[in-house]
Unconditional design. Structure first.
Length: 188
Protein backbone atom coordinates (compact mmCIF):
# COMPACT_ATOMS: atom_id res chain seq x y z
CA UNK A 1 0.00 0.00 0.00
CA UNK A 2 1.41 3.39 -0.94
CA UNK A 3 1.21 6.21 1.52
CA UNK A 4 -0.74 9.26 0.31
CA UNK A 5 1.86 11.63 1.77
CA UNK A 6 5.18 11.66 3.58
CA UNK A 7 6.44 13.81 6.40
CA UNK A 8 10.11 14.63 6.63
CA UNK A 9 10.89 15.42 10.24
CA UNK A 10 13.14 14.69 13.17
CA UNK A 11 12.44 11.69 15.36
CA UNK A 12 11.35 14.08 18.14
CA UNK A 13 8.78 15.83 16.00
CA UNK A 14 7.56 12.52 14.56
CA UNK A 15 6.83 11.11 18.04
CA UNK A 16 5.30 14.40 19.14
CA UNK A 17 2.90 14.25 16.16
CA UNK A 18 2.16 10.58 16.84
CA UNK A 19 1.34 11.27 20.49
CA UNK A 20 -0.79 14.32 19.63
CA UNK A 21 -2.84 12.23 17.18
CA UNK A 22 -3.25 9.22 19.49
CA UNK A 23 -3.15 10.68 23.02
CA UNK A 24 -6.52 9.07 23.80
CA UNK A 25 -5.13 5.59 23.09
CA UNK A 26 -2.05 6.24 25.23
CA UNK A 27 -3.94 7.64 28.22
CA UNK A 28 -2.01 10.92 27.97
CA UNK A 29 -3.31 14.39 28.70
CA UNK A 30 -3.85 16.16 25.32
CA UNK A 31 -2.23 19.30 26.79
CA UNK A 32 1.14 17.59 27.21
CA UNK A 33 4.32 19.49 26.40
CA UNK A 34 7.75 18.50 25.16
CA UNK A 35 10.69 18.62 27.55
CA UNK A 36 12.82 21.72 27.30
CA UNK A 37 16.63 21.58 27.02
CA UNK A 38 17.16 21.55 30.79
CA UNK A 39 14.83 18.55 31.17
CA UNK A 40 15.82 16.49 28.15
CA UNK A 41 18.14 14.11 30.03
CA UNK A 42 15.63 13.33 32.80
CA UNK A 43 13.15 11.01 31.19
CA UNK A 44 11.46 8.06 32.81
CA UNK A 45 9.18 5.71 30.93
CA UNK A 46 6.78 3.50 32.86
CA UNK A 47 4.10 1.41 31.22
CA UNK A 48 0.67 1.15 32.76
CA UNK A 49 0.07 -1.77 35.12
CA UNK A 50 -0.26 -4.95 33.12
CA UNK A 51 1.21 -3.47 29.93
CA UNK A 52 4.78 -3.77 28.77
CA UNK A 53 6.51 -0.84 27.11
CA UNK A 54 7.12 -2.67 23.83
CA UNK A 55 3.43 -3.29 23.44
CA UNK A 56 2.95 0.35 22.46
CA UNK A 57 5.77 0.62 19.91
CA UNK A 58 6.46 -1.11 16.61
CA UNK A 59 10.20 -0.52 16.44
CA UNK A 60 13.29 -0.04 18.59
CA UNK A 61 13.58 2.88 20.95
CA UNK A 62 16.94 4.45 21.61
CA UNK A 63 17.77 6.87 24.36
CA UNK A 64 20.71 8.50 26.02
CA UNK A 65 21.35 8.38 29.72
CA UNK A 66 23.52 10.65 31.74
CA UNK A 67 24.80 11.09 35.21
CA UNK A 68 22.37 12.19 37.84
CA UNK A 69 22.19 12.40 41.58
CA UNK A 70 20.55 10.00 43.96
CA UNK A 71 20.73 10.15 47.72
CA UNK A 72 21.32 7.22 50.05
CA UNK A 73 18.00 5.53 50.70
CA UNK A 74 15.35 3.42 49.04
CA UNK A 75 15.10 3.96 45.29
CA UNK A 76 11.29 3.85 45.40
CA UNK A 77 11.27 6.89 47.68
CA UNK A 78 13.26 8.77 45.02
CA UNK A 79 10.99 8.05 42.05
CA UNK A 80 12.32 4.64 40.99
CA UNK A 81 9.43 2.47 42.21
CA UNK A 82 9.55 -0.03 39.35
CA UNK A 83 13.25 0.20 38.45
CA UNK A 84 15.13 -3.07 38.08
CA UNK A 85 18.83 -2.76 37.32
CA UNK A 86 21.85 -1.07 38.82
CA UNK A 87 22.87 2.31 40.14
CA UNK A 88 26.47 3.41 40.48
CA UNK A 89 27.38 5.65 43.42
CA UNK A 90 30.66 7.60 43.22
CA UNK A 91 32.59 9.67 45.73
CA UNK A 92 36.15 10.94 46.00
CA UNK A 93 37.68 10.64 49.47
CA UNK A 94 40.97 12.33 50.35
CA UNK A 95 43.29 10.70 52.87
CA UNK A 96 46.07 12.79 54.40
CA UNK A 97 47.82 9.64 55.59
CA UNK A 98 47.28 5.89 55.47
CA UNK A 99 46.20 4.23 58.73
CA UNK A 100 48.61 1.94 60.57
CA UNK A 101 46.22 -1.03 60.36
CA UNK A 102 43.59 -2.25 57.93
CA UNK A 103 41.11 0.12 56.27
CA UNK A 104 37.55 -1.06 55.67
CA UNK A 105 34.68 0.41 53.68
CA UNK A 106 31.40 -0.42 55.41
CA UNK A 107 28.31 0.29 53.26
CA UNK A 108 25.88 -0.17 56.15
CA UNK A 109 22.41 -1.31 55.07
CA UNK A 110 22.08 -2.38 51.42
CA UNK A 111 19.05 -3.80 49.60
CA UNK A 112 20.63 -5.64 46.67
CA UNK A 113 24.01 -6.90 45.55
CA UNK A 114 26.93 -4.47 45.90
CA UNK A 115 30.29 -4.35 44.12
CA UNK A 116 32.95 -1.85 45.20
CA UNK A 117 35.86 -0.37 43.25
CA UNK A 118 38.63 1.70 44.79
CA UNK A 119 40.72 3.70 42.32
CA UNK A 120 39.49 1.46 39.49
CA UNK A 121 40.30 -1.83 41.26
CA UNK A 122 37.56 -4.22 42.34
CA UNK A 123 37.44 -4.68 46.10
CA UNK A 124 34.81 -7.41 45.85
CA UNK A 125 31.13 -8.26 45.63
CA UNK A 126 28.69 -8.84 48.48
CA UNK A 127 25.25 -10.40 48.11
CA UNK A 128 24.31 -10.21 51.78
CA UNK A 129 25.34 -8.51 55.03
CA UNK A 130 27.82 -7.49 56.17
CA UNK A 131 28.57 -5.20 53.21
CA UNK A 132 32.11 -4.56 54.43
CA UNK A 133 35.23 -4.51 52.23
CA UNK A 134 38.90 -4.53 53.15
CA UNK A 135 40.20 -1.72 50.91
CA UNK A 136 43.69 -1.43 52.40
CA UNK A 137 45.45 -2.66 49.24
CA UNK A 138 43.83 -0.06 46.95
CA UNK A 139 43.80 3.19 48.92
CA UNK A 140 46.54 5.79 48.71
CA UNK A 141 47.37 9.11 50.29
CA UNK A 142 45.57 11.90 48.49
CA UNK A 143 42.43 11.47 46.37
CA UNK A 144 40.74 8.05 46.21
CA UNK A 145 37.85 7.33 43.84
CA UNK A 146 35.23 5.07 45.48
CA UNK A 147 32.59 3.50 43.28
CA UNK A 148 29.73 1.30 44.48
CA UNK A 149 27.43 -0.52 42.07
CA UNK A 150 24.17 -1.69 43.65
CA UNK A 151 22.06 -4.14 41.65
CA UNK A 152 18.55 -5.13 42.63
CA UNK A 153 16.26 -7.93 41.44
CA UNK A 154 13.39 -7.91 38.95
CA UNK A 155 10.87 -7.74 41.81
CA UNK A 156 10.09 -3.98 41.55
CA UNK A 157 9.56 -4.27 37.80
CA UNK A 158 7.48 -7.45 37.99
CA UNK A 159 5.37 -6.06 40.81
CA UNK A 160 4.22 -3.24 38.49
CA UNK A 161 4.34 -4.89 35.05
CA UNK A 162 3.19 -8.40 35.80
CA UNK A 163 1.76 -8.60 39.32
CA UNK A 164 2.32 -11.98 40.87
CA UNK A 165 1.99 -13.46 44.34
CA UNK A 166 5.67 -14.52 44.00
CA UNK A 167 6.82 -10.98 44.87
CA UNK A 168 6.88 -10.93 48.67
CA UNK A 169 6.68 -7.93 51.04
CA UNK A 170 10.01 -6.11 51.23
CA UNK A 171 11.33 -7.75 48.07
CA UNK A 172 10.85 -4.53 46.09
CA UNK A 173 13.04 -2.53 48.48
CA UNK A 174 16.24 -1.54 46.69
CA UNK A 175 19.12 0.83 47.32
CA UNK A 176 22.13 1.83 49.34
CA UNK A 177 20.77 3.05 52.68
CA UNK A 178 24.03 3.39 54.61
CA UNK A 179 25.46 4.79 56.69
CA UNK A 180 28.63 4.44 54.59
CA UNK A 181 31.75 4.59 56.77
CA UNK A 182 35.50 4.08 56.58
CA UNK A 183 36.69 1.96 59.52
CA UNK A 184 40.19 1.12 60.70
CA UNK A 185 41.61 -1.75 62.67
CA UNK A 186 44.90 -1.05 64.40
CA UNK A 187 47.81 -3.41 64.28
CA UNK A 188 48.79 -4.67 67.62
Amino acid sequence: MLLPFADICTIDSYFCKLVREHFHLLDINPDFRMLDESEKDIMRVEAARGDSGGRLLRGPVTYRTGEGRIELGLWAEQGLESYAGGIRYRRTVTLDALPAGRLWLDLGHVRGTAEVWINGQSAGVRVLSPYRYDVTAWVQTGANQIEVLVLNTLAPYLDVQSPTFYVFPGQCDSGLLGPVRMLTTHQG
